[in-house]
Write a protein that binds this ligand. Structure first.
Ligand SMILES: [Zn+2]
Length: 346
């Protein structure tokens, strides 16, 4: 018979088992940054991709995608069914299940399949018909042309105009090529004083498990074995116009776990070049001295799986921190210089 547990009970059990201590009895786990890494018990591998985050008491494997708390771990590692895993975990947590409240209304027979579905559900986006996007105009985008972006790339990346809300719009695709969003950048120079966002997404974003521009540039990335990552699509288009086609936009200067997975799961990609704007530091600290946690963690993760390079403006070719220039903003020669001097992260 399937016993039903409420969310709270399961959370309490999860919180009261030290996942790292338990797993460490079976796997050699080593600390890297905030996380611990070991060889995954669920798939064959030589380099550790199985991580535990003590802060959340959860595991995640960057190799096979397995993840969860102690209950999911027991189900998979020790081949227990859900009830046995809950029972074992409650012993480990020193919790007497009979004294915990059980709710009949909150069904919580979270088996492995469901938790997998949950993860994919979290990542799910609304798939939009192309007609949602096609209703915007293919106009002349003078501001981008004057910045040096060519009409060829404006056409190729299918950039359009939302005349009603005065925005430049571009389509957002998932890795399967489905249209999942429309992103808009205001054309109003005084957007700040008007209280308008510079960028907006026309639909809820959900998990950022995509890169902007990848639909166009993936063949070039796979051919070259290298992916250059910018903060914005405009940089991708400018570089494309220079004849260098293997880049994408992360849409900001940090990568999500899902974006890192896209890279390390692609067997054709063996190098990553981070090419963020000139105000982004590639060290533990930002240029104004604050902890640079996310960028630094992204780098620690990437360099373990792939050759990692960063483009730094060491000689102030981009005008420094204040200028916030992308490495392509000042032309091909400066890009080439910066690219040639990219630093390998070891
Ligand atoms: Zn694994």
């Amino acid at each position: 018979m399937m016993v039903q547990y409420d969310d709270e009970t399961l959370q309490t059990i999860n919180d009261n088992v030290d996942l790292l201590a338990y797993v460490s009895q079976q796997i050699d786990m080593r600390q890297r940054g905030r996380d611990y890494f070991g060889r995954c018990p669920f798939h064959q591998e030589r380099t550790p991709s199985f991580s535990i985050t003590p802060e959340t008491n959860k595991f995640y494997c960057f190799g096979c995608g397995a993840g969860g708390g102690i209950i999911q771990y027991l189900m998979q590692a020790e081949n227990l069914d859900f009830n046995s895993a809950v029972s074992k975990a409650s012993h480990l947590a020193n919790i007497d299940l009979n004294t915990m409240c059980r709710s009949q209304t909150v069904m919580f027979n979270r088996n492995l399949k469901q938790s997998k579905q949950e993860r994919s559900h979290k990542a799910q986006h609304t798939i939009l018909p192309y007609s949602e996007y096609a209703k915007y105009d293919k106009g002349i985008i003078t501001s981008w042309l004057s910045e040096g972006i060519r009409q060829e790339e404006i056409d190729l990346f299918d950039i359009r105009l939302d005349r009603r809300s005065k925005r430049i719009v571009y389509p957002v695709y998932d890795t399967k090529g489905n249209l999942i969003n429309i992103k808009g950048r205001t054309m109003l120079d005084n957007y700040k004083s008007l209280g308008i966002e510079k960028y907006i997404n026309y639909y809820p974003v959900g998990t950022v498990d995509y890169f902007q521009g990848l639909m166009v540039t993936l063949p070039y990335i796979e051919q070259s074995g290298e992916i250059i990552i910018f903060e914005g699509l405009k940089s991708v288009m400018k570089l494309f116009g220079f004849g260098i086609r293997n880049s994408v936009s992360a849409e900001k200067h940090t990568l999500t776990t899902e974006q890192i997975q896209i890279i390390i799961h692609n067997p054709h990609i063996n190098s990553v070049v981070l090419a963020y704007d000139s105000d982004v530091s590639y060290t533990r600290r930002t240029f104004d001295g604050k902890p640079n946690r996310k960028v630094y963690e992204n780098m620690c993760m990437l360099k373990r799986f792939i050759n990692l390079y960063v483009i730094e403006d060491r000689h102030n070719l981009l005008g420094g921190v204040e200028a916030k220039n992308s490495p392509v903003d000042l032309g091909l020669d400066i890009w080439n210089e910066l690219y040639r001097n990219k630093r390998k992260v070891t």
